[in-house]
Design a binder for this molecule. Structure first.
Ligand SMILES: Cc1cc2nc3c(=O)[nH]c(=O)nc-3n(C[C@H](O)[C@H](O)[C@H](O)COP(=O)(O)O)c2cc1C
Length: 204
């Protein structure tokens, strides 16, 4: 089986982590480096990852994360941060692709126009886009962790305003999700069965 298919088949959401095993900052760097390979709209990369990995910081996060034990038991719990899509950043974010000869400058300029048409004075779209892109980032991080022999658990059970304040997010940033990553303890559940394909797929 192809290793990516194998990872999709095998990955599970882990609830119980081994609290005695941490991760080096080098491993955390590598996880986030791989996460940033995820696609984002106009390559805006409008995400940030706060790696909460000291016992003190994890305890602070747990109190505003529904007291979920995995926040402190996992080696690291990431706050995946989204930033509303801003068309004014498109030129900067595309420049490296133009400089590398991947993308013609005229196409980059056209993308700037497209982003303005989509996002200018459209706060709901800007925010939706931040959630979409940050979720791809988190998902890529999840599979990078799996490939490195680590387990993960995404969470939306937390106080959005409290996390933003406690971890000093900028005024326009917001936490999209928490993602616990570490070593699985024994007795976690296997991946749960999914709904029938016929219930979720419509061929047109
Ligand atoms: C966006 C999102 C938010 C979630 N929030 C929580 C959470 O706050 N606490 C928790 O224990 N599990 C949370 N989960 C985990 C889900 O319950 C889990 O992924 C689902 O049951 C499927 O599990 P499986 O992938 O192991 O089959 C969340 C999952 C997602 C995708």
């Amino acid at each position: 089986m192809h290793p990516i298919i194998e990872a999709i088949e095998e990955r599970r959401t882990v609830n119980l982590f081994d609290p005695t095993r941490g991760l080096s900052d080098e491993s955390i760097n590598e996880l986030v480096r791989l996460a940033t390979k995820a696609p984002s709209s106009f390559n805006l990369q409008n995400w940030r990852f706060i790696a909460v990995r000291t016992p003190e910081a994890k305890a602070r996060l747990r109190t505003i994360g529904w007291d979920q034990p995995k926040i402190t038991d996992a080696a690291v719990t990431f706050v995946v941060v989204g930033k509303p899509a801003d068309h004014e950043l498109v030129a900067d974010r595309l420049r490296p692709a133009v400089d590398a000869g991947i993308m013609p400058a005229a196409v980059a300029a056209a993308w700037e126009g497209g982003a303005k048409a989509l996002y200018f004075e459209q706060p709901q779209r800007q925010r939706d886009e931040a959630v979409r892109s940050a979720t791809f980032g988190a998902s890529t991080l999840m599979f990078a962790a799996h490939a490195m022999g680590l387990a993960s658990g995404p969470m939306s059970g937390f106080d959005v305003e409290a996390v933003a304040e406690e971890f000093e997010l900028a005024a326009d940033e917001f936490p999209v999700m928490l993602l616990a990553v570490g070593f699985a303890a024994p007795d976690n559940w296997r991946q749960k069965p999914r709904r029938e394909l016929s219930q979720v797929l419509r061929l047109v």
